[in-house]
Write a protein that binds this ligand. Structure first.
Ligand code: ADP
Ligand code: MG
Ligand code: MG
Length: 909
């Protein structure tokens, strides 16, 4: 049986039968736009009649080498005839013409697809017929000139400016400000000029035959699937190239028939904050894209309530019924024709992260969706927004007092951004990407080919456009702060400057943009750390905790980090790195002394002087983490990291020696000689300790075995602190972690020597502490022999940074600044393994370690403390592997809670 290429909106049942019922497949065949139009018809929403040419037709057309599939045009004509019969109008009939729009629509909405052409069917004959019928030549010529303009620019690629120039000139000559003030004669003259422009640029007459217009438009939609922009976008977004686009052909309804007509767009909830309030813009006496094009200043939807109360009420009812039907915030397009409402599109609305969280939570409380659905709708990346900086209110106050508030516009994408003004996308990209500057892209309005600049900018400002303008939508999608519709701002693209009143800002000057309030300031406003006490976010996170089975701990070295981690919901410290504690300025001299000591006594003394510092560090952490586990990793890095760098030592020594030659007197010589000797001593130690491959050298447990006094001191400090703090009434749960183990004997020796110290301290202090000893798994050998290690460990913690380095045999720093990028560009590696755990390799080692470790010790606690612990895909892997917890940076704890819940929901437990 041959395929059916065309479906009427009323034939959704047939489509479902053909694709097998799943809505995803319906969208696949009819495209998102077409599928939703048909669905709206089914649920009784007023939609103008129409039909969809399927994505299969598009694919067939392209594979035939740009030829219409057999039977398509016959099917199309049949559908069109049915619509003609239903509407009483006929396509191309001069007396009562039917006009159509031709709209592209793939399964996923994507840039680069052909724009819509309205009013197909207009020509010299139908324009005359329309005038006769309606008695309104103004409307008739407005429709006609729009068709030539859209067909010319969209289908034939004539630059739209050519057409707009004519309109601007006509307005000027007529002495009017807006298009609506132009008369029938004006539009008639414009239409004639448009035909000439068309002929000049295409060397053809404007096609007057309606079916020819329709066919050319349809084929142009098909071809746009393989346009460069569309292909690039699909590559970037990972959308398959074989989906094809559908074409929706829709009977025209007219928003330009006078003041009881209009057109608009709306969101069923606020796309900025998520508040439950319909938000939209409209224009009376306008058609199609006029609203989003930013040509005229749009009215807020609340005006419609005054202008046309009944239409407004019906619109609200329809919009809410769509939201209820799709159980999701909707972005709708509508037209009012002589007081009658028509819906032209509905789709899930774009929103800020803040709005996404609020809408998901509200919808659960309104009984529309389940908690699981809410958790699945908010991606972990969205939570990032809550950790973006905001402007410091004090700094804003001061700026306002200093008259630095430049202007105010619509706050369409929240967050704070500071940067230098760039007046076009290419410059924004050059400054932002290549020069690494912070830029704010400022434009009259934005278009799809500005996106590269928007991506490189910290913030976006446009002088025109509303909440649903291109700039607003893109900014929200990328989480870039943006303010649009800044009427007071005049952008002069030739003199490269902005003027607001009598203030002039040159391109390259610094401004601050507050996407949360819509304010724009001259100069730099200070930003501050955000707080995450958003009511809706807290609720969503508490639901995450109901569903997740993975624990979420944090990596913190200091009490302040630990208390932030706890505030964000961490259930333990999974990694406290002790080497940071050695680097602080007052301690470093002791550390260096310890390393440089030639005799054991000297070394022991130096180590002893570090003990009180360490004890205090640990006591602070234990107090903050009262009742929760704290994993402390014993010293790990190679010792050279604590010593001065070899090259500078050599240079300093040679400087000293030169000074020595020119020394003025004996005292100076003595003094310099002393300095030379100390430096020489340090240098010789540095040379002894120098390793070709320090990251694979004397570090981790190897260092602990080599200098046992060092970890012994640390364990003494841990247990003295634990005992002291226990006496204060704090519930202390220290877990001592031995790093970089590769052979069980290392762990055995180290643990025995350290546990002895622990027991001794507890005995001295007469306090019993519930403690654990464990090891990091960061060498493949450790993972492979986990059954043996588990005999001497109560816990394992996967150090996935090092485990990735040792598994791949590559050094992260060298790789990420070099060949790894190349690997990813060429698709040799799908993800950066230092960002997302390499499931096949590193993940497999983890799986083996989990299995073998639990075989020996079923109660062993398993966690991960590499940076991967805060990345959603890796968290899902940890869930799958059955770890007990992930540990990540305090800021990522909320994200990890959500990611862990989503992993549990996806896995079905
Ligand atoms: P986009 O994907 O760019 O929004 P659309 O196909 O939705 O493109 O159409 C562009 C504009 O034209 C929208 O404002 C839409 O509402 C309007 N439009 C499309 N078809 C019709 C029609 N049959 N009658 C009136 N307006 C239409
Ligand atoms: Mg468009
Ligand atoms: Mg649309």
């Amino acid at each position: 049986m041959s395929k059916k290429w065309v479906y009427r909106f009323t034939e959704l049942d047939q489509v479902e039968e053909y694709v097998g019922g799943s809505w995803d497949d319906v969208r696949g065949l009819l495209g998102g736009k077409g599928a939703n139009l048909a669905e709206m018809v089914r649920i009784g929403v007023p939609v103008p009649d129409g039909f969809v040419i399927t994505t299969e037709a598009c694919n067939e057309y392209l594979s035939l080498g740009e030829k219409l599939p057999e039977g398509l045009w016959e099917e199309l004509t049949t559908s069109l005839n049915e619509i003609e019969a239903a509407t009483g109008k006929t396509f191309g009939d001069p007396k009562n013409p039917l006009l159509l729009s031709c709209r592209s629509g793939a399964k996923f909405s994507m840039p680069g697809m052909m724009d819509t052409v309205l009013n197909i069917g207009m020509n010299d004959a139908t324009v005359a017929g329309l005038i006769e019928r309606t008695g309104d030549p103004r409307v008739a010529y407005d429709l006609y000139r729009r068709l030539i303009q859209m067909f010319g620019s969209v289908v034939m690629h004539i630059p739209d400016e050519k057409f707009e120039e004519v309109i601007t000139r006509t307005r000027k000559q007529a002495g009017v400000k807006t298009d609506t003030e132009l008369t029938a004669e004006h539009w008639m003259a414009v239409t004639e000029e448009f035909k000439n422009i068309f002929r000049f640029h295409t060397h053809h007459h404007f096609p007057t035959e309606p079916y020819a217009q329709l066919q050319m438009a349809t084929e142009a939609v098909f071809m746009s699937w393989n346009g460069k922009r569309a292909v690039d976008y699909r590559n970037a977004a990972g959308i398959p190239h074989d989906l094809g686009t559908a074409v929706a052909i829709v009977t025209m309804v007219y928003g330009n028939l006078g003041d009881d007509s209009g057109t608009g767009v709306a969101l069923t909830r606020s796309g900025t904050t998520g508040e439950r309030r319909i938000e939209g813009d409209y224009l009376t006496n306008a058609q199609g894209e006029d609203v989003v094009a930013g040509i005229r200043k749009t009215k807020d939807l609340s005006e419609l309530k005054k202008e046309m109360p009944e239409v407004h009420a019906e619109f609200e009812r329809v919009a809410m019924s769509l939201e209820n039907h799709y159980r999701e915030m909707q972005d709708v397009e509508f037209t009012i024709e002589k007081g009658k409402l028509w819906m032209l599109q509905t789709r899930d609305g774009k929103r800020t992260s803040q709005a996404a969280v609020r809408i998901a939570v509200d919808m659960v409380e309104e009984g529309i969706i389940t908690k699981e659905e809410a958790l699945m709708r908010v991606t972990p990346e969205m939570l990032d927004f809550f950790f973006h900086p905001q402007f410091d209110p004090q700094s804003i106050k001061k700026a306002i007092q200093d008259n630095k508030l430049l202007a105010k516009g619509l706050n369409v994408s929240p967050g704070a951004a500071v940067g230098i003004v760039a007046l076009d996308a290419d410059l924004a990209e050059i400054w932002g990407k290549e020069d690494g500057k912070k830029v704010i892209m400022v434009r009259p309005e934005t278009r799809p080919d500005d996106v590269h600049g928007m991506l490189a900018a910290q913030g976006i400002v446009t002088s025109r456009g509303g909440r649903t303008s291109h700039a607003a939508l893109v900014a929200r999608q990328f989480g870039t702060p943006a303010v649009v519709g800044v009427d007071d701002m005049d952008i002069d693209l030739t003199r490269r400057q902005i003027t607001v009143g009598d203030m002039v800002i040159k391109e390259g000057e610094c401004i601050s943009v507050d996407g949360t309030t819509g304010q724009i300031f001259l100069g730099e406003i200070t930003t501050k750390e955000p707080d995450i006490k958003d009511e809706w976010l807290l609720k969503l996170l508490s639901w995450s905790d109901e569903f997740r089975t993975l624990g979420v701990w944090a990596n913190s070295d200091y009490p302040v980090d630990a208390s932030r981690a706890r505030e964000y919901g961490a259930e333990g410290i999974g990694l406290c790195r002790t080497e940071h504690m050695f680097m602080e300025s007052e301690r470093l001299p002791f550390v260096q002394k310890m390393i440089l000591a030639e005799m054991d006594v000297q070394r022991s003394e130096a180590i002893k002087s570090l003990l009180p510092y360490q004890r205090e560090d640990f006591a602070g952490l234990f107090r903050v983490m009262d009742g929760l586990p704290v994993v402390i990793r014993l010293i790990d890095p190679p010792l050279h990291e604590f010593l001065p760098d070899h090259v500078s030592l050599v240079r300093e020594l040679s400087d000293l020696k030169i000074q020595l030659q020119h020394a003025p007197n004996l005292d100076a010589i003595d003094d310099l000689l002393k300095q030379v000797r100390t430096k020489e001593k340090v240098l010789s130690r540095v040379e002894v300790l120098r390793e070709d491959n320090p990251m694979l050298g004397l570090r981790g447990v190897r260092l602990g075995i080599h200098f046992p006094e060092l970890p012994q001191m640390q364990v003494r400090a841990i247990f003295e602190a634990a005992c002291l703090v226990t006496r204060e009434g704090v519930d202390v749960r220290p877990e001592v972690m031995i790093p970089l183990t590769s052979h069980v004997n290392e762990l055995k020796i180290q643990r025995e020597s350290l546990e002895k110290v622990a027991r001794q301290v507890m005995e001295e202090m007469g306090v019993k502490i519930a403690y654990k000893f464990g090891t990091m798994i960061e060498i493949p050998r450790a993972a492979l022999t986990a059954d043996k290690l588990a005999e001497y460990a109560e816990f394992f913690s996967f150090g996935t940074n090092d485990l990735t380095q040792t598994t791949y045999g590559i050094s992260r720093d060298d790789a990420e600044s070099g060949f790894l990028i190349e690997y990813m560009v060429h698709g040799i590696l799908p993800d950066n393994p230092f960002e997302t755990i390499d499931a096949e390799g590193v993940g497999e080692l983890m799986r083996i370690a989990v299995e073998k470790g639990r075989a020996t010790n079923p109660n062993i606690k398993l966690g991960i403390c590499g940076e991967h612990g805060g990345e959603a895909k890796s968290i899902a892997l940890c869930h799958k592997l059955g770890l007990n917890y992930v540990s990540c940076s305090p800021y990522r704890v909320p994200l990890a809670r959500l990611a862990a819940a989503r992993a549990a929901i996806v896995a079905g437990h």
